[in-house]
Design a protein around this ligand. Structure first.
Ligand SMILES: NC(=O)c1ccc[n+]([C@@H]2O[C@H](COP(=O)([O-])OP(=O)(O)OC[C@H]3O[C@@H](n4cnc5c(N)ncnc54)[C@H](OP(=O)(O)O)[C@@H]3O)[C@@H](O)[C@H]2O)c1
Length: 307
């Protein structure tokens, strides 16, 4: 089968296409034909071997991902696709089912014709694709939306609360705005000028353009602040909380759970959540897709069509 590989850390030019053996599912695994895969911030960080904001995280990437070369050669965490075969112990899926999810933790491997994923994993994460989502949309959902849902739950976002989503235009931020709105919160989104209309379309009640409004002029009345980009020191944002207000950030550890995907599916079915896709690339444009995400200016998600 064809896959996009990388043998060294670096820019998008390290990505190359090659033939590798088609995987065979273990008894607990599903083999699926990948239809779409996302280019998440996590994927470009693993490709480059560098975290943009932290020398410590850059060091940890090499410890986890392999040094001096990446241990796993095929990138790609998020996928959607069609089940082609199942292992003998799989009960919830059969050939032809449309599914989506993540390759669980650091396994990766979705930038290929086929990938095997466990039916169940301690924290993980495959589910039947909602019929109302395209394969591209389904591949864009898991990481950003599960991260947003996990952190929003941790912060205890609830009806009538005032919620600030700082960095509202990325994969996590666009999901956080929609999830807080679905919970009944009054949402203030912070983004740059070109993303204001999008933030409003996701349901933000107010939008602050961080390129025009200094932080000192933001209202200090928030019950919850969700930092979805991690560019500012936490203490600069925490002064905008009411006493007892909750601060949460994508810098903290998050969790992926199948139950999160199921909760997000309910929001999708209720018309309260839809992953935003900025651009869809063909698989021959994998380098271009990575370069676009490297620019740090994507809105929502970037997806590669794999069929
Ligand atoms: N903890 C976890 O498990 C976990 C999981 C997933 C992601 N993450 C992390 O979460 C972060 C967000 O990922 P992402 O995919 O949502 O998006 P991203 O690609 O990092 O962010 C894209 C958006 O961030 C905005 N942005 C950039 N600089 C900004 C600034 N100084 N102030 C406000 N907004 C700014 C940009 O919008 P504008 O054009 O509006 O500036 C862009 O649209 C990444 O650092 C990622 O590594 C963590």
């Amino acid at each position: 089968m064809q896959a996009t590989l990388y043998h060294r850390y670096g820019g998008p030019e390290v990505l190359e296409t090659a033939e590798i053996p088609k995987p065979q599912p273990k008894p607990n695994e599903i083999l699926l034909r990948v239809h779409a895969a996302s280019v998440s911030v996590g994927s470009v960080i693993m490709r480059s071997g560098k975290h943009p904001d932290s020398a410590f995280f850059s060091f940890m990437i090499k410890i986890i991902g392999g040094w001096p070369k990446p241990r796993k050669k095929v990138l790609g965490y998020e996928f959607s696709g069609v089940v082609e075969a199942v292992g003998g112990k799989v009960t919830a899926y059969k050939m032809g089912d449309e599914v989506y999810g993540t390759t669980t933790g650091l396994s990766q491997g979705a930038y290929a014709d086929y990938v095997c994923v466990p039916e169940k994993w301690s924290q993980g994460v495959v589910a039947h694709k909602p019929a109302s989502l395209s394969f591209e949309e389904a591949a864009a959902l898991p990481v950003g939306a599960m991260t947003a849902l996990h952190l929003m739950k941790k912060a205890g976002s609830a009806a009538s609360q005032k919620v600030l989503v700082y960095g509202a235009s990325g994969s996590v931020g666009s999901a956080a705005v929609q999830i807080a709105k679905a919970a009944g919160a009054e949402v203030t989104a912070v983004c740059s000028t070109s993303k204001i209309a999008l933030a409003k379309s996701w349901g933000a009640n107010q939008v602050i353009d961080y390129t025009q409004t200094p932080l000192a002029q933001y209202p200090a009345h928030f019950d919850v602040i969700f930092d979805a980009v991690g560019k500012l020191p936490a203490k600069q944002l925490k002064v905008l909380l009411v006493p007892g207000g909750q601060f949460t950030s994508i810098r903290s550890l998050t969790s992926e759970k199948t139950e999160y995907l199921q909760q997000l599916q309910m929001l999708v079915a209720a018309g309260q959540f839809r992953p935003h896709i900025d651009k869809v690339f063909s698989r021959s444009q994998m380098r271009e897709a990575h370069a676009f995400v490297d620019s740090g200016k994507k809105a929502g998600n970037v997806v590669v069509r794999m069929v």
